[in-house]
Ligand binder design. Structure first.
Ligand code: SF4
Length: 291
């Protein structure tokens, strides 16, 4: 049994993530379901750095380190090469952060989704460029402090799920580490679907979010229960399913636990609440149409 447990532990002790890193927890949960017969593409980012320095690695699967902007086509190239060789027992996974997905890799991800290449793409969203020193990305929420938005981000977070849905790809889903069973069920489902699958995985980052290292799972639960980050799936770009009915806690319960939001005034918090409520109504409406 020891070897099978070891096989499932595909992000092993000794990795270099910060204490309490949600990204490391998320990758571990994803790899546990993907299993050892997986090739993972990784971009220059926290996930590229935490594996360790060559020739050592904490990853228990082969990893291909691509350029920042081409995680998706690199994974598609590997997947298509394996297909030509008749190796349909190996799955190809791309891990990229929000910078590599929402910004720098968006064009190449769009091309892969348009072709419906057979890969699983997991966006590890820690809501800023953390690895290079906490710079704002298009995934950074409104008013959040980063080193390039010292007075708070003036723009709303880009809706990457809607961008993916516009490609009519077979499967996209949101997930977060505070709901590990939901996450792993979605990875299992994605493994059984051919084509471009996309998981938007929210991963709290104690370093960039200015939070204690022991509350990352709690924060990701609060993101869901306040509706800041609802859990849902989109199939073929039109069938929306909400996977968890949130408690609809006020957004303060989530925001005020994080140093990056500590400067927010009452009106800014009210605006975040309005934005969250508006997005929730839109999502409920789409889910009610049932594709
Ligand atoms: S900077 Fe954030 S995402 Fe990167 S390793 Fe540290 S805690 Fe994890």
């Amino acid at each position: 049994m020891a070897s099978s447990v070891q096989e499932l532990n595909l992000l092993r002790p000794g990795h270099a993530a910060c204490a309490g890193c949600g990204l490391a927890i998320g990758m571990k949960l994803v790899l546990e379901v993907m299993g050892p017969r997986t090739v993972a593409v990784i971009v220059p980012s926290c996930e590229g750095a935490i594996g360790g320095v060559y020739p050592n690695t904490s990853y228990g699967v082969p990893t291909f380190h691509s350029a920042f902007e081409i995680a998706a086509p690199t994974a598609a190239g590997i997947a298509n090469g394996l297909k030509i060789q008749g190796r349909d027992d190996i799955q190809v996974l791309a891990f990229a952060g929000d910078g590599g997905t929402f910004d720098i890799g968006l064009q190449s991800l769009s091309g892969v989704a348009k072709n419906n290449d057979d890969i699983l793409y997991v966006c590890l969203d820690n809501e800023a460029y953390m690895n290079t020193g906490i710079q704002v990305s298009s995934a950074t929420p409104s008013y959040a402090w980063t080193n390039t938005t010292p007075e708070g981000n003036p723009r709303r977070k880009k809706n990457i799920m809607e961008i993916m849905a516009a490609h009519y790809n077979p499967y996209s889903a949101t997930a977060t580490i505070g709901y590990p069973r939901d996450l792993q069920q979605k990875i299992t489902k994605a493994k059984g679907i051919r084509g471009t699958k996309f998981i938007h995985l929210l991963v709290p980052c104690p370093t960039g979010w200015r939070t204690p290292s022991d509350i990352s799972p709690e924060l990701s639960i609060l993101a869901v229960e306040t509706n800041v980050f609802p859990l849902y799936e989109v199939e073929e770009g039109r069938k929306y399913t909400i996977n968890h009915e949130p408690r609809r806690l006020p957004v303060q319960a989530y925001l005020l636990k994080q140093g990056r939001f500590k400067h927010l005034g009452e009106e800014q918090i009210r605006q975040v609440q309005r934005d969250v409520d508006e997005e929730w109504e839109k999502l409920k409406h789409r889910a009610s149409l049932q594709g």
